[in-house]
Design a binder for this molecule. Sequence first.
Ligand SMILES: N[C@@H](CCC(=O)N[C@@H](CS)C(=O)NCC(=O)O)C(=O)O
Length: 203
Amino acid sequence: MKLHVTLTSPYARMTRAAIIEHDLQDQVEVLIAKTRQSDSPYYEIAPSGRVPFLELDDSRSLEESDIICAYFDNIGKGPPLMRAMDLNNWEYGRLHALARTYIDGIGVWGREVRRPEGEQSPGIVAHERARNVRLANVWEREIGHPLMQGELNLAQLTLYCAFDSLIMYTGVEATPEHPNLQAWRARLSERPSLMATLPPART
Ligand SMILES: N[C@@H](CCC(=O)N[C@@H](CS)C(=O)NCC(=O)O)C(=O)O
């Protein structure tokens, strides 16, 4: 199996961490993709041009970090990262979606500030900055939830990778005024899968 990633993508980081959580390093080859370049040879492999992208051994392929992590849950050794969701217990689904909406906003913000200066939209940056403040406030209250404190899951992984990618893309630290989030991040930061997949420092 081949997993195409970039070292800066928080979505790809989730899947890279999942490989380590599931002890799949011998089964999955991790390759660096050339994204966002016209005529990149990567588009022959992944027509969407996005990462993460998993090439399965039977010539099929998978996109979307959630789906790829769920696939690794099925073939890996560790506890599942994607938790069951049913109508009697929708708590995992609620927190997972809240983490996804948080990381997606940071993705938009990060994309904006990486455009050439004259092409950046101050309106979009202000919108995403304000969204981030609102959602960080929500997370400060939600982080005590047993699902966010217990065994690692994909909602936790998503939120953790979101915070690190915000710093890498924008230099903004989301949690200095949020003691609960700070303590949570400090605890997770010692996890080997997250230490091994740190994004590059901001340049
Ligand atoms: N919803 C997708 C998002 C993937 C995504 O947006 N990846 C970005 C990097 S963070 C990408 O590949 N961008 C390249 C492009 O849009 O051409 C997932 O969860 O995997």
